[in-house]
Ligand binder design. Structure first.
Ligand SMILES: Nc1ncnc2c1ncn2[C@@H]1O[C@H](COP(=O)(O)OP(=O)(O)OP(=O)(O)O)[C@@H](O)[C@H]1O
Ligand SMILES: [Mg+2]
Length: 1080
């Protein structure tokens, strides 16, 4: 979703005023108060038009986050609250889109935050410009050049723990798209005196401490250094350690940065060797030695340090030693060597150390430039960032040559600021067609002239003095100044011809004072000549050139005897003047952007706003003048579109929309508001407002109007909200009501419907019942009619047929009834039939008496039928057995008491297995016929009635009795000789076999035998006899019968005996004629 654009303005939610141009009334107090108010609310940035005033917060504020970068990206300068990012964005966009080279001039005193500001600008630009691997590498190299230069060029001072001791101007180069290509760094006047001496409470350059704290033991050993700070004379002992600064970790950062920037390992090594050599130089001490010619000579006290330096730098020890003892002056092909006294030797030593270090620093800058140089030759757009030391004023005339140079530089910057600002202002008026009114302002060109004029300027005087033959001292220089500059308005001195200051005791005799644009500064003249000369004895530079160390050799090209140059090297002053001139030329070609840094207190502390200190800075930075210049013409200007957009609500014609051109709209608006004509002018694209008061009036009106509008909007909105709510509720109510009505109607309808159905059903029921009743009635009537008709017909028919009916009716009815009954009987019988077993005695009861005989007959027939059925299943063998059984039944049933017991016994016949048992072999052999019965029987002795076992055999033709043991046949009777068999009617097995009188067998008499199988034997005997002889064997059953014993006949009588002997009948001979058998 596209981000909704919210038009904001610097004027929104302002704390104090965001732009000092709008300050009303404008005076020092209100200016400071405004700054203080904003500072107290963490607003560290304030504008003067397009200039950014930055107050050092001395603590990290959350206003540099990537989100903030995004917020300020591509926004108009006055759209958001003042910020360094707004200035950076403006500069970058102007460079990218309008092809204007930019420079960002950052000024302010030491500790005011210049270096931080320059880094913020660079990081902002890095964040918003193009991306990509190559571009990122360039960015990284540009950003990483900072830690390297800070390590070598920054030091802790009383004002700032990380004070830049050199001026720096960096050109960042971009291609046509605005992607960074590379950069060029220029450095200005490193404060090299710091190498050999530091003021109280200050330190040497960071790098010395960083090496000693952060380098490994091994590396230190290589550099012949010891970790102990106190071992080195050049390291001021107080504040060797700075709170919140970790030298060791910074050392790692620096080495890492050097690597990123592109330093080779051997280069890094050489750099640190030079640093070590400088540090060790400070430890070389001299002692005086008198020479014969009366001149003082110096000698190195302890040569050990010298030896180590020479080892480190590859310099011949004797060469260096000599260089510290002699000074050779060459003039007109003549060489004159003079010895150095101790003071001169120390001077030479320090000069060497300072030169070594400052040249090393310049070499570093050149080396970095080599790395970050743009790789293409296409035209580049340039953004320059100038982080230069600010105006410096020490108390008590402590200001020396360095301060003079620094302040000169600031004068020049002020000059260019005035020129560019006014020029820009002027150009804008011309561009916009506004009448140009002259602006009164202080032009410091006159001060610049005092310093840099080629003939009468202070720098020119100094050079002249330095080059002049004869004795030159700082005093002679001051004298000269007094002569030449005496009449200059901005020059003050006790000794000058101008009597104004003759009695000014605040001005010492050895000093001169300059009224800089930012205030008066008193300079102590001592050291000016020396520092300007910046003398390094040629012997030393030659000794350095001879070093077997490529970096050191390169640092001292003038030491090469082949290139000997008798001309004096340019003085420090003229060098600086020249480089400042180049810088100014460079800046003039670019669009300037100013950041003016202010230091709120001397304690490096957050939240403290020292008004006096700030006031001082405001004065010398000329900020009030800045505002005045800005306001001299018109305090405020704005393109017509945003102006109309912002104030259109103040006039009916322009609110809410103005259809015509914006300018006409603004005209209408301003006329309508009755703003006096002298208060504004119409430019081509901008409206110019002369007085901030007018703008504030507009703002107040706008605020008021906005409140009214807000109320109106609120009112309308509330009305709209209520109305829409009401309409919605109404709509809802209608919907609800309609639904409810529908629902209630539905309910009602359903109720009516169900009632109707109930009523209807009752009516229908009633109707149906009524109909039913009628139909029933009708039916009954019909039936009655039918019955009556039937009776009537019956009566008629009977009447008619009575005569025929009477004759046969009775018999017919009888037969019919009988038939029916019979039918019924048989059908019932069918269902009641008993089982098919012949022994089943069941038979259904007789239903009707008249069927008695039929029923019995039926029973008999059924029994016969089922017997027949049963018999039909028999095999022939079974049939034979049953025939025998039937025979037995006919013979003995109801005659002999033994019979019933035999019915269940099967007739086996051969109980003894004659043919199988070897015992009866003889018997078997004797009987060749089929044996029908073979059984053991008891033969009753006729004499005593005792029983003896015999084998009874019945064959087809004979009855045989054999000995049971031997099997010998005792008697054999042909069947034809058997006449009768007698037995009792009782339950015994006695029987007598009567033989034919006169037969051969009869000679011994009849047999009286007893057997368990009497019935079977008798039956088989009977059947065999019948089949053989065709005569029925007589079977007598009687309890008394006669038996023929030889000649006698004995009566066998059966009596009921006691059960003394169990169930066995006993036989006793009673007398000759009687044999008694007791049957139990
Ligand atoms: N915007 C800032 N936010 C937070 N701290 C800051 C900011 N600007 C400066 N400081 C603090 O103030 C200290 C001094 O700032 P800086 O080194 O930029 O001063 P300077 O103007 O460059 O001084 P010199 O002229 O001595 O180099 C910084 O080390 C930092 O602690
Ligand atoms: Mg700095």
């Amino acid at each position: 979703m596209a981000k909704m654009e919210v038009k904001t303005s610097l004027l929104d939610d302002m704390i104090g005023v965001g732009d000092m141009v709008l300050l009303e009334p404008l005076n020092e107090d209100s200016f400071i108060n405004n700054l203080k108010k904003r500072f107290d609310h963490n607003e560290v940035y304030t504008y003067i038009g397009s200039v950014v005033i930055s107050i050092n917060p001395y603590r990290s504020l959350p206003i540099y986050t990537p989100e903030k970068v995004e917020e300020y990206r591509n926004r108009n300068f006055y759209e958001l609250s003042p910020h360094i990012f707004a200035l950076s964005d403006e500069a970058y966009r102007s460079l990218r889109d309008q092809d204007k080279d930019q420079c960002i001039l950052i000024t302010g005193e030491s500790g005011a935050g210049k270096t931080e500001a320059s880094k913020l600008v660079m990081s902002y630009v890095a964040a918003v410009c193009g991306k990509g691997a190559e571009v990122n590498q360039v960015k990284e190299q540009l950003l990483q050049s900072n830690p390297v230069l800070e390590a070598f060029g920054n030091a802790k001072t009383v004002r700032n723990d990380n004070s830049s001791r050199f001026g720096k101007y960096m050109d960042i180069e971009f291609d046509f798209k605005g992607d960074p290509l590379g950069g060029v760094i220029s450095n200005y006047l490193l404060e090299k005196s710091r190498v050999v001496k530091q003021p109280r409470g200050e330190r040497n350059f960071h790098i010395f401490y960083q090496i000693l704290s952060g380098a490994s033991e091994e590396f230190l050993c290589k550099l012949k250094l010891e970790r102990d700070f106190s071992r080195y004379n050049y390291l001021g002992l107080d504040s060797a350690r700075v709170n919140g600064v970790d030298d060791a970790s910074n050392f790692r950062t620096v080495r890492n940065a050097m690597q990123i920037v592109g330093f080779m390992d051997h280069e890094t090594q050489s750099v640190f060797e030079v640093v070590a050599a400088v540090l060790k130089l400070g430890n070389i001490e001299f002692k005086p030695e008198s020479r014969a010619n009366g001149l003082d000579e110096s000698k190195i006290k302890d040569k050990n340090e010298l030896k180590e330096i020479c080892e480190l730098t590859g310099i011949d020890q004797s060469v260096l030693e000599r260089a510290f003892s002699f000074r050779t002056v060459e003039a007109k092909q003549e060489k004159v060597s003079t010895t150095l006294n101790v003071a001169q030797a120390y001077y030479a030593r320090d000069a060497l150390a300072k030169n070594l270090y400052s040249r090393l620093f310049s070499w570093l800058v050149t080396r970095i430039n080599e790395s970050i140089k743009a790789q293409t030759k296409v035209r580049k757009k340039v953004m320059g960032v100038l982080d230069i030391y600010g105006f410096e004023i020490f108390e008590n005339a402590d200001n020396s040559f360095e301060q003079f140079i620094i302040n000169y530089c600031n004068e020049k910057l002020q000059q260019i600021f005035i020129e560019l600002t006014l020029k820009e202002e002027q150009e804008e008026y011309i561009r916009e067609g506004i009448e140009w009114t002259h602006i009164e302002y202080f032009n410091n060109a006159i001060i610049c002239d005092l310093i840099e004029n080629n003939q009468t300027g202070i720098l020119a005087m100094l050079d002249e003095e330095c080059l002049r033959p004869g004795t030159v001292t700082d005093e002679t220089f001051l004298e000269k100044l007094n002569q030449v500059c005496a009449t200059h308005q901005h020059f003050e001195s006790r000794m000058s011809k101008c009597s104004r200051f003759l009695n000014d005791t605040s001005l010492p005799h050895s000093c001169f004072r300059i009224q800089h644009y930012a205030g008066k500064v008193m300079y102590q003249v001592e050291g000016f000549v020396d520092k300007n000369n910046d003398l390094l004895y040629r012997d030393l530079s030659q000794a350095m050139w001879k070093a077997n160390h490529s970096l050191i050799k390169a640092l001292f090209p003038e030491g090469n005897p082949a290139k000997i140059n008798l001309k004096r090297p340019p003085t420090a002053g003229s060098q600086f003047k020249a480089s400042v001139a180049t810088l100014m030329k460079n800046l003039q070609t670019k669009n300037p952007n100013y950041i003016r840094c202010i230091k709120p207190n001397d304690k490096k502390a957050a939240h403290i706003f020292n008004e006096a200190l700030v006031c001082h800075q405001i004065r010398y930075l000329g900020l009030l003048e800045n505002v005045r210049v800005r306001r001299a013409g018109y305090a405020f200007r704005q393109p017509y579109e945003p102006c109309l957009e912002r104030y259109k609500m103040l006039c009916k014609q322009t609110w809410p929309h103005w259809r015509g051109p914006a300018r006409a709209g603004v005209e209408v608006l301003f006329n309508e508001l009755g703003i006096p004509e002298e208060e504004f002018s119409f430019g081509r694209s901008k409206i110019f407002i002369r007085n901030p008061r007018t703008l504030f009036k507009l703002e107040d009106l706008r605020k008021q109007r906005l409140e009214d509008l807000a109320t109106l909007i609120e009112k309308i909105y509330r009305g709209w909200k209520c109305r829409t709510r009401f309409l919605l509720m109404k709509k809802c109510q209608v919907v609800i009501a309609s639904w409810y009505r529908r629902y209630s109607q539905q309910k009602k309808y359903q109720k009516i419907k169900s009632s109707a159905i109930t009523v209807q059903s009752y009516i229908r029921g009633w109707k149906a019942r009524k109909l039913l009743r009628e139909l029933k009635h009708l039916k009954r009537c019909n039936e009655a009619a039918t019955v009556i008709a039937a009776y009537w017909h019956g009566t008629q028919v009977r009447r008619e047929y009575r005569k025929f009916f009477r004759a046969n009716a009775g018999r017919k009815i009888y037969e019919f009834t009988l038939q029916r009954l019979m039918q019924k009987y048989f059908l019932e019988m069918k269902n009641k039939m008993p089982s098919l077993s012949p022994i089943d005695k069941n038979w259904p009861a007789r239903p009707y008496l008249f069927l008695d005989s039929t029923h019995k007959e039926l029973k008999r027939i059924f029994h016969l039928w089922r017997c027949k059925k049963y018999r039909d299943q028999f095999t022939d063998q079974q049939k034979l057995i049953y025939e025998e059984k039937l025979e037995a039944s006919e013979l003995f049933k109801d005659k002999k008491a033994l019979y019933p017991a035999s019915v269940g016994q099967p007739f086996q016949g051969a109980y003894l297995e004659i043919s199988e048992n070897p015992k009866y072999k003889k018997l078997k052999d004797a009987v060749d016929e089929k044996i029908i019965i073979a059984e053991v029987v008891n033969k009753i002795n006729r004499a005593n009635g005792k029983a003896a076992s015999r084998i009874f055999l019945l064959t087809k033709n004979n009855v045989l009795l054999a000995d049971q043991k031997s099997g010998t046949i005792k008697s054999e009777v042909p069947l034809g000789d058997v006449t009768k068999v007698s037995m009792s009617s009782q339950n015994d097995g006695f029987f007598a076999v009567h033989l034919k009188e006169g037969s051969e067998a009869a000679s011994k008499g009849d047999f009286l035998l007893s057997s368990d199988h009497l019935i079977e034997m008798a039956t088989k005997l009977y059947r065999t006899t019948l089949s053989q002889t065709k005569q029925k064997l007589n079977i007598e059953i009687s309890d008394e019968f006669l038996v023929q014993f030889k000649q006698d006949k004995v009566c066998v009588k059966f009596i009921q005996g006691s059960q003394k002997n169990g169930n066995i009948p006993t036989c006793k001979r009673k007398n000759n004629r009687l044999l008694e058998v007791a049957v139990p």
